[in-house]
Design a protein around this ligand. Structure first.
Ligand code: HEC
Ligand code: HEC
Length: 284
């Protein structure tokens, strides 16, 4: 990633916002707003940043650049502008882009958008995200094309259909759904194999590096290991780390940890997420 981007993300992460109201499943737009603006943190990648954080009036308008050895990816404009955004896409096309990474013209959307996890977003939640994205202010902002120096696969897997919500009476399943498909916590907090895929046998063990003006931030071990992970932390300490970016020892965290978005999570979702992290195998 480029340095100015990271500098902007420091600022962006410091913009803490009030929790969004608990979103009823029965109101898709409210639910979608919660998913996109809180736990999903789509704007962490899709809203362009300046020195003061998110650029005003540019919510989800794209342009943010990820400059890495294998690619120069430019986040897309996902506002409903018909010319430069997703305004002409049908609901089904937009849902397919989010879960399967395929555009209406059949081309594949590249990394770092976390499709391995987004394939697990439930049918009702992807529909809610689409409903909310339709209500966002359209912004005219043509972004440059991404360049991939690695071959992209033909697809990320077979078509995604019939993904149910996690069972309402299963707290760990709800927490796993928040940490994986919705929040992609495990995308950043799981070590990478040489081929770029995640080493899921070490889920949550950390180690990925994010260089920037602060030096290098390293995604931490968020398993219950007492020495290297968060096993010795209280629930309140873990909650503060997730929503305010403050570690148990008081250290302020660096980007790209998306706590500015997670600050808007409901207390119930935060409790489910913490219960799930505590259930992971403790890894050194
Ligand atoms: C880690 C960064 C990241 C996150 C998080 C992310 N995206 Fe993306 N997204 C990208 C990038 C980069 C592209 C463009 C990739 C390319 O050019 O092939 C993209 C492309 C897209 C596209 C295709 C648009 C087009 O015109 O081609 C859609 C739709 C989209 N994202 C929606 C979302 C939604 C909704 C969320 C949140 C649930 C989200 N993204 C989260 C990085 C991200
Ligand atoms: C885009 C990458 C990214 C995502 C997504 C992400 N994190 Fe992080 N997280 C980091 C990085 C990097 C750090 C270390 C920051 C530092 O030390 O300054 C971190 C730190 C933490 C810490 C502090 C641990 C410690 O020992 O200091 C916790 C807890 C945590 N993340 C939990 C989560 C949870 C839960 C989610 C999902 C809701 C999440 N993270 C999503 C990158 C990410």
């Amino acid at each position: 990633m480029i340095r100015s981007l990271h500098a902007a993300m420091v600022a962006a992460a410091l913009l803490l916002l009030p929790a969004l109201p608990a979103a009823a499943q029965s109101d898709p737009v409210a639910r979608g707003r919660y998913l996109v603006e809180a736990i999903g943190g789509c704007g962490n990648c899709h809203t362009p940043k300046g020195p003061q954080g998110d650029l005003p009036g540019m919510s989800l308008a794209g342009g943010f650049v990820f400059d890495e050895p294998p690619f120069r990816a430019v986040a897309s404009n996902i506002t409903p502008d018909p010319e430069t955004g997703i305004g002409r896409w049908t609901d089904a096309q937009l849902a397919r882009a989010i879960r399967e990474g395929i555009r209406p013209d059949g081309s594949l959307i590249g990394p770092p958008m976390p499709f391995e996890l987004y394939r697990g977003i439930s049918d009702s939640d992807v529909a809610a995200m689409v409903a909310y994205l339709r209500t966002v202010a359209p912004v005219r902002n043509a972004v440059a094309r991404s360049e991939y120096r690695i071959p992209l696969p033909p697809a990320y897997g077979p078509p995604v259909t019939n993904v149910p919500n996690p069972p309402a009476d299963d707290q760990l399943a709800r927490g796993a759904y928040l940490a994986g498909p919705l929040g992609h916590c495990t995308e950043c907090h799981t070590p990478m194999l040489e081929d770029g895929r995640r080493d899921w046998s070490r889920r949550g063990a950390g180690g990925q590096q994010f260089p920037g003006p602060w030096g290098v931030s390293v995604a931490r071990n968020i398993t219950p290991d007492r020495r290297n992970g968060i096993g010795a932390w209280t629930d309140a300490q873990i909650g503060r780390a997730i929503t305010h970016g403050v570690a148990a020892d008081g250290r302020q965290m660096f980007p790209p940890m998306g706590y500015g978005y997670y600050a808007r999570m409901t207390p119930g979702d935060l409790a489910d997420l913490i219960a799930y992290l505590r259930s992971l195998p403790a890894l050194p």
